[in-house]
Design a binder for this molecule. Structure first.
Ligand code: ZN
Ligand code: ZN
Length: 700
């Protein structure tokens, strides 16, 4: 690698809390940078959040905030989590910054000037009422294959089919429900076919230092041939396209996201050109997940090459595979897995998580998180190996020699042991240099294991062998250097107990702890977790799914009495039992059920609806019924207990009071005699909610 090393970690998408799978990449970049700093290399590390795109807009609408407020909120969450995990990037920023607007426009203008930008016309849905172009996911309609009425323009959630928005029957704007118009709209494309010869030449020269999965994927893309790619979107949230006629367009987020690396550096360092426009002296090392490979090996380099300027392009890369969660994939949208904030809450130190994630780093294939494995790595490796070596060495020095290191002469086998360690340390360094972080960490733990073996052989508890304790104290000092990139807090604690300051990589093998040196009292570095505790953690955090909120609190209620409303012909008044409470509700069922028929039925009510008054009688909630062609059928849960919650899988009921207007916007329907929301059945712990009526009846 060259004189300067610029390290980036793929910018995590801002609209959610990062999970352990996302953290692997961010942590890897941090570990590698900490290693470079220990070696006194000139290095700068860059990370931040990717903030533009449709998903941010959607999330903002969902949470009732503006895109700016959403990104502010999640930017803080991301920053806090990475800090807790011990990551200290030199520059941490965001792609929505002013600097990124400027850099993106600057790069675009150069691509435009060099004739790498093309214009084309596309057909697109436009909502006149909302005055906006609709991204596919903002269009709803009837699925052409299964007839589901709430299908989205990109995918039908009911049958799972991927769709083109134009295929939907009866398309509607999902924001305001009006029918969108199909209009023609001009978009900008980057001319990748024209850039291909230059790109090919660069890829051939550069890919020797890429991970295997990156080479394979990139070469496959190149072989298939690159196509022109649209770099603009009809959105409001993003970087405005600075061309006449494109006032309603922003850049596609994958265009400005990688440019964010440059902008984030530019914002935090005056000397940013020394790094980004200095390919002679700078090696760019990029960390990412395998899903991000083509953005870093093809698209981002194409933008930079297309400017005609001398940018620092990708040198070494480390693209990891996926870390899965207990035999399934981590999923933000389904809320499966351990999230950064969960890890913070568990009470386990951040170094334990760092150790776990780096020792299970999915370098060549997917790996899997499990609580059992986390417990095993902590107990058998951190406690029994590293922690044990440090603790017993210092404890025996304390016991036999107080706080002062003893005088001792090394023997032949002590020197041989040190030689062996020096060899192992070289190998760990080699692995670190080639960014094989997992291999390096295993090597380092092997060095610690050799220390324990040597301790066993020398039996200092019997022999009070001072030479052995002196050798081991210096080995521990070496370990505090070797593990610092992985376990920064532990390195600090070892130094505190050993009475030393953090040394650099060049101090490996040097006898810094000399006779007469003062050490502190030994204390355990890590705490074991027992089976019971691991199981509790798994229960508390493992099973926890970050659920979406269903705005209604639906409950099963038993009708205990039914009578006619005193002042309204069509209404009746029901007494209902909700297990712990009794309520009264007004309903309009007199044309459909007799009071006798109603009595004793287990029905479903909305319990968080604002109480209302119907002609002098208060209604404390509302019952749910399905209606089609004048036929009305109650939703029933005959086998469930009064008071039991009615839920939708993967969602949690909101207990917040809602108004009748808010309620009327929530669309539920019937399918195969079941009540469904977004294609998913409403159910209690015992049964799915029945509605004995034909498909597509509206539930109110
Ligand atoms: Zn469908
Ligand atoms: Zn609309």
């Amino acid at each position: 690698m060259k004189k300067r090393i610029l390290v980036t970690s793929a910018l995590p998408y801002v609209n959610n809390v990062p999970h352990l799978g996302n953290l692997v990449c961010v942590l890897s970049a941090d570990v590698f940078t900490k290693f470079l700093r220990l070696k006194n290399k000139k290095a700068v590390s860059v990370c931040g959040t990717d903030e533009h795109g449709t998903t941010t807009e959607t999330k903002a609408i969902e949470e009732g905030l503006t895109p700016k407020q959403i990104t502010d909120k999640y930017f803080r969450i991301h920053k806090k989590i990475y800090e807790w995990f011990g990551c200290d990037f030199d520059c941490f920023g965001r792609t929505s910054s002013k600097a990124n607007h400027e850099t993106t426009k600057d790069i675009f203008f150069k691509l435009h000037k060099n004739n790498y930008i093309k214009e084309k016309e596309l057909e697109q849905a436009y909502c006149v009422k909302c005055e906006r172009w609709l991204a596919d996911r903002f269009i709803g309609g009837i699925c052409p294959s299964c007839g589901y009425e709430e299908a989205r323009g990109d995918q039908c959630e009911n049958c799972g089919r991927l769709l083109e928005a134009t295929e939907l029957k009866n398309p509607k704007c999902r924001i305001c429900s009006s029918t969108p118009e199909i209009r023609k709209s001009r978009h900008l494309f980057i001319d990748l076919p024209k850039l291909t010869p230059k790109l090919k030449k660069w890829i051939n020269e550069s890919q020797k230092n890429w991970t295997e999965n990156a080479k394979t994927m990139t070469n496959a893309w190149m072989k298939e041939g690159l196509k022109e790619r649209c770099i603009t979107r009809s959105l409001k949230w993003g970087i405005k396209v600075p061309l006449k006629g494109y006032e309603d367009k922003v850049f596609y987020s994958w265009f400005d996201a990688p440019i964010g690396y440059i902008s984030i550096t530019r914002e935090c360092r005056k000397d940013w050109k020394q790094w980004w426009k200095n390919p002679k002296e700078t090696t760019l090392v990029q960390f990412m997940g395998k899903d991000n490979i083509p953005f870093h090996t093809i698209l981002f380099p194409a933008f930079l090459i297309g400017t005609g300027e001398k940018y620092t392009l990708l040198g070494h890369m480390s693209s990891n595979e996926y870390l899965n969660y207990e035999s399934g994939q981590f999923s933000k949208s389904r809320g499966i897995g351990i999230f950064g904030d969960d890890a913070m809450e568990t009470g386990l130190p951040s170094d334990v998580w760092r150790y776990y994630l780096m020792t299970n780093r999915p370098e060549k294939m997917d790996s899997e998180f499990s609580w059992k494995d986390l417990q095993a790595k902590l107990n058998n490796e951190l406690v029994a190996n590293l922690g044990n070596l440090v603790n017993r060495t210092l404890a025996y020095i304390n016991r036999f020699h107080g706080s002062r290191m003893p005088k001792a002469a090394l023997k032949k086998d002590d020197r041989e042991f040190l030689k062996k360690i020096a060899k192992e340390e070289k190998e760990a360094e080699k692995a670190m240099d080639s960014i094989q972080l997992k291999t390096a960490l295993k090597k380092i733990m092997e060095i610690s294991r050799l220390g324990n073996q040597y301790f066993q052989k020398k039996e200092p508890w019997k022999t009070k062998n001072a030479a052995c304790l002196l050798v081991l104290a210096n080995l521990i000092k070496d370990l505090s250097i070797l593990i610092q990139p992985f376990l920064p807090e532990t390195a600090k604690e070892i130094n505190r107990q050993l009475g030393t300051r953090q040394k650099t990589w060049q101090d490996l093998g040097k006898p810094a702890v000399k006779p007469g040196h003062r050490i502190m009292k030994a204390a355990p570095l890590f705490r074991k977790i027992e089976d019971r505790e691991a199981e509790l953690l798994r229960k508390k955090y493992g099973g926890k799914k970050k659920m979406e909120t269903f705005p209604l609190d639906l409950k099963v209620a038993k009708i205990t009495a039914a009578e006619n409303h005193p002042n309204a012909e069509k209404l009746n008044v029901l007494r209902i039992d909700l297990g712990k409470e009794q309520r009264q509700i007004v309903s309009g069922l007199r044309d459909h059920y007799t009071n006798e028929e109603l009595k004793g039925k287990n029905i479903v009510i909305v319990s968080n609806l604002k109480h209302a008054n119907f002609r002098g009688v208060e209604s404390q909630g509302m019952l749910m019924a399905a209606e089609k062609n004048g036929k009305v059928i109650l939703l029933e849960a005959p086998n469930s207990e009064p008071g039991e919650r009615v839920r939708i899988e993967g969602m949690k009921n909101s207990e917040k009071e809602i108004t009748i207007e808010e309620f009327s916007k929530i669309k539920m329907a019937t399918k195969s005699k079941k009540a469904v929301y977004n294609g998913k059945p409403l159910k209690t712990g015992k049964e799915e909610i029945r509605a004995d009526i034909e498909d597509g009846a509206e539930i109110t």
